[in-house]
Design a binder for this molecule. Structure first.
Ligand SMILES: [Zn+2]
Length: 462
């Protein structure tokens, strides 16, 4: 520890308070009455007070660890008594140092109240219900009503700590870290065994909101407002002109009806009309791209012509395909195959099933569509008057709870413990046509990924 910064070598500049008992340090705050004091002595008192404040302010500015600040003050006391600062501080020395820090903090925050109490007058109204008093060493403590409780003195009469002060943050941080990140209620109980923070609940909560390790345990993702529906869902067009596609299954299939028959798996390829929610189902024996293209050809021959196809990014097709190694390779193959038929294929970002809410919910709507088929001749008039209005409302995600910003540090949601989620930085935003960012490209140590906003949890920021 360097003492030369805080205490200059020049004898004329050395603060006089260091040679006094520490209990007398802050008392120099009380500026004597103008009528009775000499002008010279008033000047000295003011200077000393400024220096004491200055020392503690600088300490709170430079260090965020309570243990370190206590040690620095503890060694200052040794220095004062010409002891060598080679051995570690004993508990009594640390206790004394902490007392000195608390007193300095209280003098800067509760100056008026300490003066009133010293003059045996009632303190200000906001402290009155705590019945504060100054103990023998000059620390402002809570009087309270539990005088007769059989608990330690410090718990019965905790030292008062202001609501807004750098020391308060350091104290909360210290207790929170030392006790392995407890929740606000537990932390408040632990701190109150020795200190009484004004408006403790609120102050502790606001501090814990900024704790990164705690946030990692319970991260919050971004939820932008529900997006506008694409044009194809609001146009009066031929059924299946614009179609969403997804797979359902696997469904176990027995080759024979005997006991030992081999069981294989099949899938249902689900084609959903984007404007009417009509469903067309095709059976696919595997998830391979070849099987899918065959199912698609059957569907197109029956329902075509088709203008646009919407699907997720195709991770499941790639996983099962022998032909394609990556999603982009798969997407290129599909796009090339369909471009000859002038069909446009739109891929949604990965891990975002809610982007294709229509076909994800396709099976649920099948029953409803059968009823509508019977009144086909009145369909479009009903579609215009009733159905289109149901799309008007944003049934959920109606409120923006924050927004993604360029360069934000975010956790990427994965189906593992949140403590193992990868940390990344947003390098690119992909705003929708309403200007809201629902997708972002995130750079991590293991590569760059495109993810929807609901999979991203921005770290709290000061
Ligand atoms: Zn924490």
């Amino acid at each position: 520890m360097s003492t030369s910064r805080t205490f200059p070598d020049n004898q004329n500049q050395r603060p006089e308070f260091l040679y006094d008992e520490h209990t007398s340090w802050p008392k120099t705050h009380s500026i004597p009455d103008e009528n009775t004091s000499q002008p010279e002595s008033r000047l000295t008192v003011a200077l000393t007070a400024t220096k004491t404040d200055d020392i503690f302010d600088r300490l709170f500015d430079r260090h965020s660890s309570l243990t370190k600040i206590v040690r620095i003050i503890g060694y200052c006391f040794r220095f004062k008594q010409h002891y060598q600062a080679t051995t570690t501080l004993n508990p009594t020395e640390q206790y004394k140092a902490l007392d000195a820090i608390i007193k300095a903090v209280q003098w800067s925050a509760f100056n008026d109240d300490i003066r009133l109490l010293t003059a045996k007058k009632p303190c200000s109204t906001h402290l009155r219900r705590l019945s504060p008093f100054l103990d023998a060493s000059g620390i402002l403590r809570v009087g309270g009503r539990i005088l007769h409780a059989s608990i330690p003195y410090e718990q019965k009469h905790p030292a008062l700590v202001p609501k807004r002060h750098p020391f308060t943050s350091i104290l909360i941080h210290h207790y929170h870290k030392e006790n392995c990140h407890p929740g606000p209620a537990t932390l408040q109980r632990l701190i109150q065994q020795r200190f009484w923070i004004i408006s403790a609940r609120q102050v502790i909560r606001s501090h814990l909101r900024l704790c990164i390790p705690c946030y990692r345990v319970r991260p919050k993702h971004i939820q932008p407002t529900m997006g506008n529906l694409p044009v194809c869902r609001l146009q009066q067009i031929k059924p299946f002109h614009a179609t969403g596609v997804d797979y359902a299954g696997p469904i176990p299939l027995k080759e024979r009806r005997t006991r030992n028959a081999q069981v294989s798996h099949a899938y249902i390829c689900l084609f959903v009309c984007m404007s009417t929610k009509a469903l067309h189902l095709e059976v696919a024996s595997t998830l391979s791209t070849e099987t899918f293209l065959m199912a698609f050809t059957r569907f197109a021959a029956r329902r075509g012509p088709i203008q646009a196809i919407y699907s997720d990014c195709g991770t499941n097709f790639v996983g099962a395909s022998r032909l394609f190694k990556s999603v982009s390779e798969y997407q290129n193959a599909i796009t090339n195959h369909l471009s000859t038929q002038q069909i446009q294929w739109h891929f949604n970002p990965p891990s975002a099933p809610h982007f294709g809410g229509l076909w994800e919910a396709g099976v649920k709507f099948m029953q409803r569509w059968r009823l509508l088929r019977d009144i086909h001749q009145h369909f479009w008039s009903q579609w215009k008057s009733d159905f289109i209005n149901t799309l008007q409302q944003r049934v959920k995600w109606t409120k923006d709870n924050g927004a993604l910003r360029q360069d934000d540090l975010v956790l990427i949601k994965e189906p593992i413990s949140s403590l193992q989620w990868r940390l990344g930085r947003i390098v690119q935003l992909h705003p929708g046509n309403d200007g809201i960012n629902r997708v972002a490209t995130v750079k991590t140590t293991s590569g760059t990924f495109k993810r929807p906003a609901i999979k991203l949890c921005p770290l709290p920021q000061n």
